[in-house]
Design a protein around this ligand. Sequence first.
Ligand code: AR6
Length: 172
Amino acid sequence: MQVKAILGDITKFEADAIVNAANCTLLGGGGVDGAIHRAAGPKLLLHCMTLGGCKTGEAKITPGFRLPAKYIIHTPGPRYPSMKPDVAEEKLHNCYWNSLSLADQHECRTIAFPSISTGIYRFPLDRAASIVAETFVEYAQTHETGIDEVTMVCFDQTTYDAYCNAFHSAGL
Ligand code: AR6
């Protein structure tokens, strides 16, 4: 499983699956969630309305509709100020872990993530990047994964630098 970070807009990224930093309603919002709903078109919301929401750290899958990606994996990240830091860290780990697992179940070979929880949900960026790197290492070591390529699609330079550093430190 190859891991890399790039600067870009995840709604334009061609992968078998892209991940959405959603909220528990799965009915859209601001940030990357809003951008994904706008780009995928109104059928995404109609589909999400049938899913019954999603708990923080868990993940649900939909088609990509108008996106270049075949699937969208929706995972609500932890809202950092509203829980204890160790609980938030565990939930952030679960978001990435459960998204990879769902991608594997759907035989995805390529998957792209945004920086879950580090925007509106205010998770400290450097800590998030270390947790993401650890999660990717642990997942690759413990699974016979069919995923060849994982890309962190970062929307700004600071986010890109944080993930590059964390991946480098983890030997990715
Ligand atoms: N491509 C890639 N990354 C993006 C894009 C994009 N098009 N747009 C924004 N980002 P956020 P959260 C980055 O706030 O913190 C929503 O209202 C952004 O710069 O989107 O998990 C949901 O409905 C940041 O680095 O997600 C929830 O209520 C990262 O994506 C809440 O926000 C995540 O920022 C979730 O908050």
